[in-house]
Design a protein around this ligand. Structure first.
Ligand SMILES: O=C[C@@H](O)[C@@H](O)[C@H](O)CO
Length: 190
């Protein structure tokens, strides 16, 4: 991923956050990724880590229409994924989708109430709505609105060791081609 794409993504999402009433913390911890797939408009996510504590974590995230965070799971982290502005679709699986389809169902909280979810099915979240994803549940998500602000409130976050992607070619952080000067230092920058 080019540094120029990262710079542009920060400017675009930063403007959208501010225009929608989300003030930035001092020294925001930016994380922009194409998941190593090199197609940022198809697979990508912009994140700001707001709180990173041993017991909990909070993130503010942004994606544009159809920009997908690919199927993955966490072994330790339990997280609420929240649609803050716009509309978000989330697809959920009981097992790794790379191992084939299953007609299993499972119980998961949607807006705080348990629902029966069909493995491989989707849930559409409108602004204010959330799902509670427990460790081992596989998920991918993408906005169906032009732009979307996504919240994450979770137990401890460990992006390096607790993201397991269905596609083995995926890496959590982007490989960056330095074609211009960074406007911010990313969490993944050395
Ligand atoms: O589901 C998404 C989240 O867990 C993100 O915080 C994670 O960094 C995506 O790899």
């Amino acid at each position: 991923m080019k540094r120029s794409e990262i710079n542009q993504a920060i400017l675009r999402s930063g403007l959208f956050f501010i225009n929608n009433g989300w003030a930035m913390p001092p020294k925001p911890k930016w994380d922009v990724t194409d998941f190593g797939l090199g197609e940022f408009s198809k697979f990508g996510l912009i994140l700001i880590n707001l709180a990173e504590e041993a017991e909990y974590c909070e993130k503010l995230m942004y994606a544009a229409k159809d920009q997908t965070t690919p199927a993955h799971t966490h072994k330790k982290k339990k997280e609420d994924i929240i649609c803050r502005t716009g509309e978000l679709t989330i697809r959920l699986w009981a097992k790794n989708p790379a191992d084939g389809e299953t007609d299993e169902t499972f119980q998961m909280k949607v807006n705080g109430h348990f629902q029966t979810i069909q493995s491989g099915g989707t849930i559409n979240l409108k602004a204010g709505e959330r799902v509670t994803i427990t460790p081992g549940i596989w998920h991918e998500f993408y906005p169906t609105s032009e732009e979307c602000i996504i919240g994450e409130v979770s137990t401890a976050n460990d992006d390096l060791n607790d993201n397991f992607f269905a596609d083995k070619n995926i890496g959590r952080y982007a490989e960056i081609v330095e074609d211009e000067t960074p406007i911010v230092k990313l969490l993944s920058d050395k």
